[in-house]
Design a binder for this molecule. Structure first.
Ligand SMILES: Cc1ncc(COP(=O)(O)O)c(C=O)c1O
Length: 521
């Protein structure tokens, strides 16, 4: 009887599927396959790589700084499917056709390195991390053992050490993860492991109702982590924030007492340094005092705001971060290290990360290797294969120096200040709040609404303004910035400044363009 997979093989009946015919007398055949010599045409492959690199250079790198280029070439999904020739066929396609496809992929992709891409918490082109990426893509390493990734493991160690220094710890540990969301999840699990170390073997049964606290402005990854780890989203206590989006410490303490009264077991407080929408920084010192009083693990999600630590002028935003037990920090955001580049840093030096995550696979982490196996750091991760993300940041840091990174942060925040002042001056623009960081949240009020009283009808009408302007800007391809409704506030724009390619002129353009696109509403 044939299996389903036999019956459904897409290659059945394909005229191109033939047995190989040996051309040499000495050819060795196994199952009809000639085994002599390599079968790839290396010369043709090398030429293809060269031509594709030239295309990337011409169409991506050289155009990245040109504001006359479009940020995006918008097409609706059904149309884009037709344009892209997505089908994968039984026979391969010639190189000239593949290069055409590469050109199409570039053309219809959003140019996140364009100086007028302000849509997310990452942007711009960093030449050094780009080269690091090219190198790691070409070398294809996996960062788990020193034997396969000697350089990248040492680079990761050096970068983590430096980040730990900037947090203000004397020593610590860490690991690069695929995303700040994953770092937050690692931290939550680590805090729980510290609270009940036998959870690793015994699992969840028998545990009290574990509860954690974070601000109402925290990143949504906290909820995801709680559900993924079996803590449950109902056991994430959202602490109220003040008018600027900062956690209110007194509310935190009240909620901890309340949870204890209800018989729950508090184990973690997660503060945010640089919230996703408003860019707010929680008061870490006060929160650390509370954590100390209650014996709770303090995790700081500094995925976005951590980069302010590089600036002597702005690092005060994170005052008290050295008191955290763990910190998530994404150099791929403000420091432009290329997605993904995200570290979880841990103050503990008792090998907690390893104790919590290791599985001691004997085929990979043999203890009798001929070198110091403490460099086989992969068992601190929940991953097996892992990308050398620290290398991107290392290259950028090497190229710019600490002073260059500081300048990048200072400039982004100075440009943000400029935009804030321009918004205040211009008719029809209204700031939501005075920003602390590089998130500038504002409404555009079109002329037809400017005389209207701020009642329900006004807010209802204003709610459609940002989405409509966003649609228009994307169809035109002139710029991209995000909008959202947020905690009772109707849709507003969130402008994020990151890239050193961005200039004062781009800030002026942004406001002019919004006004141009929304003036008739
Ligand atoms: C505060 C904060 N934490 C965590 C994350 C998640 O980071 P990632 O996108 O790398 O998973 C973000 C993303 O924007 C964020 O703003």
């Amino acid at each position: 009887m044939s299996s389903d997979s036999d019956r459904e093989c897409p290659l059945d009946g394909d005229p191109h599927q033939q047995e190989m015919v040996p051309s040499k007398k000495s050819a060795v055949l196994v199952d009809g396959v000639v085994l002599n010599g390599p079968t790839t045409d290396a010369k043709a492959g090398e030429k293809f790589v060269e031509e594709a690199c030239r295309l990337i250079m011409e169409e991506v790198v050289l155009k990245a700084t040109d504001v006359s280029e479009k940020v995006c070439e918008w097409r609706p999904p059904e149309q884009l499917k037709q344009l892209l020739d997505l089908d994968m066929r039984n026979t391969g396609e010639p190189h000239h056709r593949l290069l055409e496809l590469c050109r199409d992929v570039i053309r219809y992709s959003v140019k996140t390195n364009h100086p007028r891409f302000f849509n997310q918490l990452y942007a711009g082109l960093d030449y050094y991390s780009l080269v690091a990426r090219f190198m790691t893509e070409a070398l294809n390493p996996s960062v788990y053992t020193y034997e396969v990734s000697p350089v990248f493991l040492l680079v990761e160690e050096a970068v983590l050490k430096k980040m730990i220094e900037f947090i203000g710890w004397k020593e610590g540990d860490g690991i690069f993860n695929p995303g700040g969301s994953v770092s937050n999840m690692y931290a939550m699990n680590l805090a729980r492991y510290k609270y009940c170390p036998d959870i690793k073997e015994k699992g969840l049964s028998g545990l009290p109702r574990l509860i954690l606290f974070t601000s109402a402005e925290c990143h949504y990854s906290m909820k995801k982590a709680a559900s993924f780890l079996g803590i449950g989203t109902e056991n994430v206590c959202f602490v109220e924030t003040d008018g600027r989006g900062k956690m209110i410490p007194e509310e935190l303490e009240k909620q901890i007492w309340q949870a204890r009264k209800e018989g729950a077991a508090p184990f973690l407080v997660c503060a945010t340094s640089g919230t996703t929408v408003l860019g707010a920084f929680d008061p870490l010192d006060e929160i650390a005092d509370i954590c100390e009083r209650h014996g709770l693990w303090l995790h700081v999600d500094a995925s976005w705001g951590g980069s302010a630590l590089m600036s002597r002028k702005h690092r005060k935003l994170l005052r008290g971060i050295h008191r955290a037990d763990s910190v998530a920090w994404n150099p791929h955001k403000m420091l432009m290290a290329g997605i993904q580049c995200c570290a979880l840093l841990v103050k503990d030096r008792s090998d907690l990360l390893k104790k919590c995550y290791s599985a001691k696979a004997s085929y990979l982490f043999q203890q009798d290797k001929f070198y110091d196996v403490s460099y086989d750091t992969g068992d601190k991760s929940i991953q097996c294969s892992r990308r050398p993300d620290a290398f991107k940041f290392w290259m950028t840091w090497k190229a710019l120096g600490t002073l260059g990174l500081e300048e990048r942060v200072n400039r982004a925040l100075a440009l943000s200040r400029y935009l804030v002042e321009e918004i205040k001056k211009r008719e029809g623009f209204k700031l939501l709040l005075e920003p602390e960081y590089a998130n500038i949240c504002f409404w555009y009020i079109p002329p037809s609404l400017r005389e209207m009283e701020e009642g329900p009808e006004f807010w209802e009408k204003l709610n459609v303004v940002a989405p409509t302007i966003k649609e228009r800007m994307m169809k035109k391809g002139s710029l991209m910035l995000g909008y959202q409704p947020h905690r009772g506030k109707v849709n507003f724009f969130r402008q994020v400044v990151i890239s050193p390619q961005v200039s004062r002129e781009d800030m002026d353009f942004l406001l002019d363009e919004i006004d141009l696109l929304g003036r008739d509403m």
